[in-house]
Design a protein around this ligand. Structure first.
Ligand SMILES: C[C@H]1O[C@H](OP(=O)(O)OP(=O)(O)OC[C@H]2O[C@@H](n3cnc4c(=O)[nH]c(N)nc43)[C@H](O)[C@@H]2O)[C@@H](O)[C@@H](O)C1=O
Length: 239
């Protein structure tokens, strides 16, 4: 992380000020967005909501995780102290989709891979370099599905638990994401690995037990989501 001080402070300020401002403005219901990086590192089983703060955080994004954990706890405390304020938290898995960040410094995995594969196809490159050994596993959900979960969350707010993961319940390896994007974009070259790059958590898969009990499931397949994101990248980002 390039700026750990700024990342912690800005995310903490955003979370704390929005939630406390809502409370002081008398807003009775609030849906806060956390992140799956709130969970302890090195847990390979599906991450259940009660595991937050039950172990050491991943150091590569600790400040962001601390800000998200603090804001989620603030929501819980407010609701406990004054039940007329129902402040709940969604914990989304990794997201990707239209309007993603595709620039080399800010991009997360899927938009970074789309940009790399696009460049390789355009320049006839024979090799694309994957960060790490490619065995880290991630659960990436299409952002349009997250928007749907949020709309449902607003409409069926009272049936929501205090904290709930929003994810797919399945994950893929980093190598498999590269293959999926290569397939959609028609790249036929090879891949190699740069073992000096950060890989973060080995696995980050959220439990969907509460989500299923609430009655919601993501509707977009990885292939369709990647296709929509590639279309956006080509038509609207590259212009
Ligand atoms: C949502 C979540 O997102 C972040 O955590 P992350 O899951 O590690 O996200 P990521 O998308 O950057 O990487 C996923 C995996 O993919 C590998 N990888 C391979 N090749 C490239 C590549 O070219 N670019 C990137 N960025 N990653 C690559 C990379 O080494 C890693 O193993 C935090 O900001 C966290 O704070 C947060 O909330």
């Amino acid at each position: 992380m390039a700026d750990p001080v700024g990342f912690l402070l800005e995310n903490l300020d955003m979370g704390r000020n929005l939630v406390w401002g809502a409370r002081n403005a008398g807003i009775p219901r609030l849906l806060n967005l956390g992140s799956s990086c709130m969970y302890p590192r090195n847990i390979s089983e599906p991450l259940r909501e009660e595991m937050v703060l039950k172990g050491e955080l991943e150091p590569t994004n600790e400040g962001y995780a601390l800000a998200k954990v603090t804001t989620a706890r603030l929501c819980e405390y407010i609701t406990r102290a004054e039940p007329k304020f129902q402040y709940k938290t969604f914990i989304p898995c990794n997201l990707y989709g239209r309007h993603d960040k595709f620039d080399a410094f800010a991009a997360h995995l899927i938009p970074a891979v789309i940009r790399k594969v696009d460049e390789a196809v355009r320049t006839d490159a024979e090799v694309i370099t994957i960060w790490g050994d490619g065995t880290a596993r991630r659960e990436f959900m299409y952002a349009g599905d997250m928007a749907d979960a949020l709309i449902q969350g607003v409409e069926r707010f009272d049936a929501l638990p205090e904290t709930m993961n929003v994810g797919l319940g399945t994950d893929w390896s980093v190598n498999e994401y590269y293959e999926a994007v290569a397939d959609v974009m028609g790249y036929r070259g090879r891949f190699d690995h740069d073992l000096t790059k950060p890989v973060g958590m080995a696995r980050k898969l959220v439990s969907t037990e509460r989500l299923e009990a609430w009655g919601w499931r993501a509707g977009t397949s990885l292939r369709d989501g990647v296709q929509k994101t590639v279309d956006f990248f080509k038509k609207e980002w590259q212009g």
